[in-house]
Each structure stands twice: as C-alpha cells, then as structure tokens.
Design a protein around this ligand. Structure first.
Ligand SMILES: [Zn+2]
Length: 187
C-alpha cells in the first residue's frame, strides 16, 4: 500500500531502494538551508540545460520516493518543478501560475523532502487550475484535485521560498522545530 504524505510517499522500501533514497536525499537541500527561503526567477530559456535539469529532478524525485520536487530544492533558483500529475505520469512545469482555485479547502498532513521526518497539517484549496510550460516550452494546463492539487501548491510555495513550516499552525510548527533541533545539532 502506498500512503501518500504530502510530498513524500510512505511505503516499505527494500534495502536497494533505501540506499537509492539516501543518495537522492543527499542531493536535495535540507532545512534550514538558506536556498529554501529564496524566491526563484522565471525560466527564460527552454533549452537542453533546462530539459536535463527536469530529467535529473524527475529521477531524484522517484529515487527519493517523493511525489514532487522544486528546482529550489536542488539549489537552482528557476521557476520549475516536477510532480506526479497522475498515478502513472510525472510532469515538469515551468513558470507555473494558479489561475483558478476552489473556495473549498482541505486540511491534510504534509511532508517535505527537504524537512525529513516532519509531518504537519496544512490547509489548502481543494482543487486548482494551473497553467505553465513544459520543459519544451509548450503551454500546458492542468485541472488538479486532491493529492495532485496539494502537491502542485506545495511546489509553487517552494518556488516562492515558502515551506510547510510557514503554512501550518503555530503549535504544529513549534512541535516540528522541536523535533528537528537535535538532528541539526548532531549533523
Ligand atoms: Zn517540500
């Protein structure tokens, strides 16, 4: 069974998958890395460099057992993210813009590949319509609901330097930071 927790899938991994996941996570910026607080700039060149970046991010996301990854999480300040847009499809989206969002919101626990071991409740619009460009520069538009909508909003937040710790309740934030502190001191 795959239980999806925000940006991170919670499922049993065999030893090889675990090793692959550790290697991928080592290439993903971890809180409190300052790159995670910076806003990314619009993508201007849809060239081979961008497509290589998108491919690398898709592979890292899969290896890390994630369902979304933003360029800022690999230290690249470009408005690009990859995410699981459907159960069997991973897409790259550049210069994303939410053009419609539902008034109805949902609260659900979210994790983040850059804040390991933390799950906090985040309230978000339940459905969105998002537009942008794929890695070849073609215009794309997605109507997203449930988990796919949540992940896309999580990734756009990353491109603005916003983390789930900034989106959750003060209580959950305090508790999460309390859990993170010993890790940071130990290294
Ligand atoms: Zn994240």
């Amino acid at each position: 069974m795959t239980e999806i927790e925000g940006q991170v899938k919670g499922e049993q991994l065999d030893p090889e998958q675990q090793a692959r996941r550790r290697l991928a996570l080592a290439q993903i910026r971890q809180y409190p890395d300052t790159a995670l607080k910076l806003a990314a700039r619009p993508v201007e060149e849809f060239d081979d460099d961008l497509r290589r970046l998108a491919e690398r991010m898709k592979q890292l996301m899969v290896d890390a057992n994630g369902i979304g990854l933003a360029a800022t999480q690999v230290g690249v300040l470009q408005r690009l993210f990859v995410f699981q847009v459907a159960d069997d499809e991973i897409a790259a989206l550049a210069n994303p813009e939410i053009v419609e969002l539902s008034e109805v919101t949902t609260v659900d626990d979210e994790g983040c590949l850059s804040i390991q071991g933390v799950l906090v409740p985040v309230e978000r619009p339940t459905t969105i319509v998002i537009v942008g460009r794929d890695e070849h520069g073609a215009e794309v538009r997605y109507e997203l609901d449930e988990q796919h909508s949540r992940v896309a909003q999580h990734e756009i937040d990353h491109l603005d330097g916003v983390l789930i710790l900034d989106r959750t309740t003060p209580e959950a934030r305090r508790e999460a930071l309390g859990n993170l502190r010993p890790r940071i001191v130990i290294g």
